[in-house]
Design a protein around this ligand. Structure first.
Ligand code: ZN
Length: 498
């Protein structure tokens, strides 16, 4: 009896395997047809280009008479193609040099790929693996020599990938352009840290991102695989007009190392970070399953990344969003020293206030205060860090933010409170929860002094206070508590909440 059942099951499984093979073959055939169509289109495009060239050349010779151009047929173009390459007779002609441009991409379009598809051979990627060779590089390029070796979905550069596309399209950049990494090595040594070899600790950036081109240069040199850094570390000077006042007011001291002079100029180490998402880890942080996350990302990017659906074996996604920049004051090695205090501000980009000083909100004063506190802590022998997220208006974007700020009594900063946007509602508590949730204790939250908040911004602040935005266990009436936190990896101080 059991044997009969088993053999029935076996038969069904065998049938399923056959069906799956047939399906895969059909998909390959469709891909083939798409590519064949692309080839046909390319031939037609080439003909059209030749015709246009001839027409343009004729136009040039005839001093710009348009008649010849409109009556030129592809047949005539074929016969006159040789002439099209002649230099135009008139130096003042306005021939658009479309002919000189060869297509920047091949005619074969790979719409998507499947695990196990012939030729698909992703480079090893073991997220969270300690041994960097076994971990493998993040490979996301779709260049001819790399597309089959990809182990990540998305694109380098976040939202700037679109501008990169434009540059390639107009042939300002070659499609196989290879960046020169000479003298771009990180300006500070960071890591490795134990967290790097825990796949669940770091899920939104590549901890090896600053080292990738050097760690994995064999792939670049021997296999022509495109590997780019996703983190860049450099040193810079920072000058903000408010900080000159901070020095004058005595809040900042010139030490010649971090605060360089009376104008409040600061020495800073800057870490630019591109997002690299480890999808299982991101899903877990949001309390959802990976499939739900993938489907939502696919649908809500207009179906831009089909491999989110077809390549379950690829676990990394470089989303088309802004990254973050870490500004570190003092010795970067102190950032990870458990024996010293770390002052931290996590700041969401606010173009209107941070850059243009508009009075819709108070983001810039908070940013300045955050920098000031970070510098002070670094000068005391600790470390000071400002993390700047390119995530305008709690990830709502400037249009929504500006629109909402027109409503009575609510700055955009407060809209989440009224349930206007569930995304903002969700993201609102994320900074604090994310930090503490990852096991980094916050020992103290430092309130921004009243005098740092401009008078005309009080409406926003009062709205925030009214909405319970600034509550701390220490003091319920703290006005404008900023997200400055003093954290430490060891419990040298009692947690702020006790
Ligand atoms: Zn703002």
């Amino acid at each position: 009896m059991a044997d009969t059942l088993l053999s029935q099951i076996l038969s069904v499984v065998t049938q399923l395997q056959q069906d799956s093979k047939t399906l895969a073959a059909s998909v390959d055939a469709i891909n083939g047809r798409v590519n064949a169509l692309a080839d046909v289109k390319k031939l037609k495009d080439d003909d059209d280009a030749a015709a246009a060239a001839t027409a343009a050349a004729i136009k040039g010779r005839d001093g710009g008479k348009p008649a010849a151009a409109t009556t030129t047929t592809p047949v005539a173009a074929g016969g006159a193609a040789g002439e099209a390459t002649e230099p135009p007779a008139s130096p003042t002609n306005d021939v658009i040099p479309t002919v000189a441009r060869k297509p920047n991409v091949t005619s074969r379009i790979i719409l998507t790929t499947y695990p196990g598809q012939s030729g698909i051979d992703p480079i090893i990627m073991n997220w969270g693996e300690k041994d960097t060779t076994k971990r493998g590089p993040v490979v996301v390029s779709r260049g001819a020599s790399t597309v089959r070796r990809r182990n990540a979905i998305g694109a380098h550069g976040g939202s700037y990938s679109i501008y990169h596309a434009l540059a390639v399209a107009i042939q300002d950049l070659k499609v196989d352009h290879k960046p020169d990494f000479t003298n771009t090595e990180p300006a500070a040594t960071i890591g490795p840290f134990p967290q790097w070899s825990d796949p669940k600790k770091i899920v939104a950036m590549d901890p090896l991102g600053h080292l990738a081109p050097w760690l994995y240069n064999d792939y670049i040199n021997k296999e022509n695989v495109e590997i780019r850094p996703t983190i860049a570390i450099t040193k810079a000077h920072m000058k903000l007009p408010e900080l000159e006042n901070s020095v004058k007011a005595g809040r900042l001291k010139v030490d010649g190392k971090i605060c360089l002079n009376e104008s409040g100029e600061l020495a800073v180490t800057k870490f630019a970070v591109e997002p690299v998402w480890y999808l299982p880890g991101v899903a877990e942080r949001f309390g959802i399953d990976e499939g739900t996350l993938r489907r939502s990302l696919f649908e809500n990017t207009g179906g831009s990344f089909p491999e989110l659906i077809t390549r379950n074996d690829i676990k990394l996604f470089l989303p088309p969003i802004g990254g973050l920049t870490v500004y570190c004051f003092g010795d970067p090695a102190k950032m990870s020293d458990p024996n010293v205090k770390l002052a931290l501000r996590v700041h969401d980009e606010c173009n209107g206030s941070d850059v243009f000083g508009s009075d819709i909100c108070t983001c810039r004063p908070y940013l300045i205060f955050g920098i000031e506190e970070a510098v002070k802590e670094a000068q005391k022998g600790g470390s000071g860090v400002v993390v700047y997220f390119r995530k305008e208006g709690r990830a709502l974007g400037e249009v929504t933010k500006a629109r909402e700020s027109r409503s009575k009594y609510d700055s955009w900063c407060n809209i989440g409170k009224r349930g206007i946007d569930r995304a903002s509602e969700y993201f609102k508590s994320m900074k604090y929860d994310a930090i503490v949730g990852q096991g980094i204790p916050i020992h103290e939250r430092i309130p921004i002094p009243d005098e740092m908040i401009p008078e005309d911004s009080r409406v926003e602040i009062d709205a925030k206070i009214h909405a319970g935005y600034f509550t701390t266990a220490r003091s319920k009436d703290v006005r404008g508590t900023t997200w400055i936190t003093r954290t430490a990896r060891v419990h040298m101080w009692p947690p702020w909440s006790t």
